[in-house]
Design a protein around this ligand. Structure first.
Ligand code: SAH
Ligand code: SF4
Ligand code: F3S
Length: 452
């Protein structure tokens, strides 16, 4: 029987939150709420929040704030704040969102259905930010998947104990703990059986996978996942530079499903700032890992995260970062202006930079990287790349001159994670096709399927 009650979930933040939102949808499904994309239809609204930067946190409050008015005309509506802001704020969340029903911390998923039932029976303002060492386990629920989804995230570990001084994650996601290999393999086998071709394994520091539990190592886990029938590609994020092992480099080189791409956040190119950030490596150690990686895995594509304007960052420190970006030639970067988080130690560091200075530096860095992104994209011209088709693209975008009218356009990603557009009526979503690249744009590539 079709449910007549609906759940709307709004996700902010990292890929882990995308994965968690699916779990929340599945729990709500078991409580009788069908997932909807139409917020007006919703009987339960969940905002799955992120507190990594001030802006993300504000986005959550502004989204949830809207329901104060809506609840007046729809009193049965249940509003939930889930995720990292919920974990960080607890009771305090009611000060800014008085009409909230549930504050659901990052380790409270196994109790979510109970809280929903309690609200339905008349309870109010439930807060659950208790630590639970066990990771919430549930098998993928296809009723909460987007249709035609060829690529899925799979969280393999939770928490972080690195305590980088700018970062809230260790405080909102708890101690580092890994899922059991058998659970991960079972989940991915099920996904592959339902048509998923690519998985991205998620953890704050995947190189520490299984270390505490005395289970298999991350490269060993990759080896097992590599054997799953029907799966074409394996990606993972994030690797911490201080723990990037030779075994992992060999796994990237030798396991055919593991993509030749690594996301290795450097955060800064200055030794002084890296030390203040508590990153546990020097600029030279990072560059040495990159050289070894390029030796072991020729043509590897590289991406990174960088924070500019960390407290006390001088122009010289910032120039060291620009210099590192020139030296490595990343395929892409994710760059952020440092955002002061009161629960992280750097909030108390002296010499905080003003917002304008941070933004000026951010723009300079992004401008510099643009040239490398374009260079890396242009290097693909005349190459033939394997592309996993993710969807149809009927919009003209990215300054395309070659868009072919009257021809179906498809889109997918190369092994190096570059977006590729091409015309074709022969293929379907989920196919792996060989595309000869003819043109490069700032954010994507264009080509034709190889004739065979
Ligand atoms: N575990 C991953 C990072 C997760 S957070 C790692 O260690 O790399 C994703 C990115 O957000 C970080 O890499 C960092 O670049 C950025 N970030 C974290 N805290 C931030 C802050 N306070 N201000 C600005 N950016 C931040
Ligand atoms: Fe945050 Fe550092 Fe942990 Fe990454 S490794 S989640 S940046 S504390
Ligand atoms: Fe944000 Fe929490 Fe992810 S703070 S980046 S949603 S782990």
């Amino acid at each position: 029987m079709k449910s007549s009650r609906y759940a709307f979930i709004y996700t902010i933040g990292c890929q882990m939150n995308v994965y968690d939102s699916e779990k929340l949808a599945s729990i709500l499904n078991s409580c009788g709420f069908e997932k909807t994309d139409d917020m007006d239809k919703a009987d339960v609204v969940v905002c799955n929040t992120c507190s990594i930067r001030h802006k993300a946190e504000e986005k959550a409050y502004s989204f949830l704030g809207r329901f104060s008015r809506i609840k007046k005309t729809k009193p049965h509506l249940i509003t939930v704040m889930a995720g990292c802001v919920a974990q960080q704020e607890g009771e305090k969340a009611f000060e800014r969102v008085p009409h909230l029903d549930i504050v659901l911390g990052t380790q409270a998923f196994s109790r979510f259905n109970r809280h929903i039932q309690a609200i339905q029976s008349g309870s109010s303002r439930i807060v659950d930010i208790e630590d639970s060492p066990a990771i919430y386990e549930s098998l993928p629920d296809s009723s909460t998947f987007e249709e035609n989804k060829v690529s899925k995230f799979v969280t393999i570990m939770q928490g972080c104990e690195n305590f980088c001084t700018y970062c809230v994650v260790p405080y909102v996601r708890g101690k580092e703990r890994s899922r059991k290999p058998d659970h991960i393999i079972e989940e991915i086998t099920l996904l592959a059986g339902s048509g998923v071709k690519e998985v991205t394994l998620l953890g704050q520091n995947v190189n520490s996978y299984g270390k505490k539990e005395g289970e298999i190592s991350f490269p060993e886990l990759l080896k097992k996942i590599n054997q799953i029938d029907g799966l074409y590609r394996i990606r993972f994020a994030t690797s911490h530079p201080k723990d990037l092992s030779m075994d992992l480099m060999h796994a990237i080189r030798d396991l055919e499903k593991v993509c030749n791409h690594l996301h290795l956040p450097v955060q800064s190119g200055s030794d002084r700032i890296l030390k203040k950030m508590n990153r546990g490596y020097t600029r030279q150690q990072y560059l040495d890992k990159i050289s070894e990686l390029k030796r072991q895995c020729p043509d590897i594509s590289l991406s990174t995260d960088i924070i500019v304007g960390f407290p006390s960052e001088t122009i010289e420190d910032f120039n060291d970062t620009l210099d590192l970006v020139r030296a490595v030639e990343f395929d892409s970067i994710f760059a952020f202006a440092y955002s002061n988080r009161s629960s992280a130690p750097a909030a108390k560091f002296s010499a905080q930079l003003d917002e304008k200075e941070k933004l000026d530096r951010l723009n300079l860095l992004l401008q510099l990287q643009e040239a490398y992104t374009e260079k890396k994209n242009k290097e693909q011209i005349a190459k033939t790349l394997e592309v996993l088709i993710e969807g149809r693209s009927n919009k003209k975008h990215d300054g395309y001159e070659f868009f072919e009218k009257n021809m179906e356009q498809m889109t997918g990603r190369s092994e190096s994670n570059k977006i590729v557009h091409f015309p074709s009526s022969r293929f379907k979503i989920g196919d792996m096709v060989r595309i000869r690249i003819e043109n490069a744009y700032p954010h994507s590539l264009w080509g034709h399927p190889e004739l065979n």
